[in-house]
Ligand binder design. Structure first.
Ligand code: CTP
Ligand code: MG
Length: 187
């Protein structure tokens, strides 16, 4: 695949990891995952990580992934996305969606350990925690696929494109959410 196609594929297959963050804002509220518990005097995750947000976010990401699967039919018999048979395709989509919010929770855990309150700005962590979570989980369970998409050939270029583009998309979506009164902070 040429560079541009590799980048397009790398971003396209990342969509199920991109959606859960915004969806969590829409579905969020209710019982926090850490049930209000603290560790060393600080909340484990905080009120910004709820079961509703987690479940709604992950299911939204999976739904979008399945729709993508339906519309991405191999035109010439070549499986450009390298998803393979359905069970693996579904697994990759789930790893992307769940890994994303797992990374987001990891980020919240780190923020609380650093003494930052819920919603405090943590540049770098806020933009990349879910990227790291999604890529790590996918690499762990589907190493061959991960390497095909994000390492081999022009894969590293696709990875670089993600690292550059994701914070921009993340910021734009958060500004929209903030202006619409859906989110408390524009980051
Ligand atoms: N959200 C949720 N459950 C999740 C993730 C997010 O309910 N698992 C909702 C919360 O309402 C949260 C909002 O989405 O406030 C925005 O998410 P995020 O920016 O990740 O959380 P913050 O409020 O900034 O909290 P933190 O400092 O812990 O990241
Ligand atoms: Mg935040």
């Amino acid at each position: 695949m040429d560079a541009l196609s590799s980048i397009a594929v790398g971003i396209w297959v990342f969509l199920p990891a991109l959606i859960p963050n915004s969806a969590a804002v829409l579905f969020g509220g209710g019982a926090p995952i850490d049930r209000g518990r603290t560790w060393r005097g600080r909340r484990i995750l905080g009120d910004g990580k709820t079961w509703n947000g987690l479940v709604g976010g992950v299911l939204s990401g999976i739904l979008v992934g399945f729709v993508q699967l339906l519309v991405t039919t191999p035109v010439d018999g070549i499986d450009y996305l390298g998803y393979g048979p359905f069970p693996q395709a579904a697994g990759i989509i789930m790893a992307m969606a769940f890994g994303s919010l797992l990374g987001d929770m990891g980020g919240a855990f780190v923020k609380r350990r650093m003494g930052m309150e819920r919603g405090a700005k943590a540049t770098g962590l806020d933009q990349y925690d879910f990227v790291i979570g999604a890529l790590l989980l996918t690499a762990l369970f589907f190493p061959t696929w991960f390497s095909d998409i994000y390492i081999e050939g022009n894969g590293l270029l696709a990875l670089l494109a993600l690292i550059i583009i994701v914070p921009v998309i993340h910021r734009l979506v958060n500004i929209i959410g903030y202006r619409r009164g859906l989110k408390k902070e524009p980051w």
